[in-house]
Design a protein around this ligand. Sequence first.
Ligand code: PEP
Length: 263
Amino acid sequence: LVSRENHGERSVVRVGGVPIGPGTMTLIAGPCAVESPEQTLQAALMARAAGATLLRGGAFKPRTSPYAFQGLGEAGLRILADVRAETGMPIVTEVVDAGDVELVASYADMLQIGTRNAQNFALLQAAGEAGRPVMLKRGMNGTIEEWLMAAEYVAQRGNLDIVLCERGIRTFERATRNTLDISAVPVAQRLSHLPVIVDPSHSGGSRDLVLPLTRAAIAVGADGVIIDVHPHPETALCDGPQALVDGDLRELAKVVRDLPPLV
Ligand code: PEP
């Protein structure tokens, strides 16, 4: 279902009316985690002012440590919905449990499946039945074929509105949080008709890498990027060191606008 060979043309996926696919370089930005109404609104206003057309933000956070901030859950979803009403930005947010898919889909414009759930087949199937576009991150230990097969689990349930997201893989290299597999973008676009975007924030894990990795994503023809921003990264409850502040985001957005995407 997701193979390019069977489908031909590359697909465009629309999220609340915003297109992601060939000919686009969609900028998705927002906080890693929804922490409060003020923090989420400030991050969204930064994102919108810079030109981002979709708002990201996690209400359910899959953290390595059970002692780390786990997200606000449904209260976070309500904050996202309020911020959408105020800014007009459609929402991309993660769902971590098959039992929460209906709840998250009742607020979200796009469901995000994170790297740690890339082979959670019950979750993938539930997301495929939720009636919302799905952004599917590549498993940090997953091959491109495993990633595409994960997409196949979603598609099999009747949902072909899937966007693949390369977010870095686990290698021997520890200088970056993950190794951005930039070649995965053209390979996945060759093998699948689905749009492919890049997450330079979670791959590099560091603010100074976000712009260079975004340039790389544009250069290889990614259909979009998803970027962490925070009004006060030093106080962020999740992944502050990789969050961009206002000026950084505007500079990045200019690069996204000025470098024409490959079609
Ligand atoms: C995220 O985007 O909030 C996230 C946790 O990403 P990943 O699943 O790629 O680690």
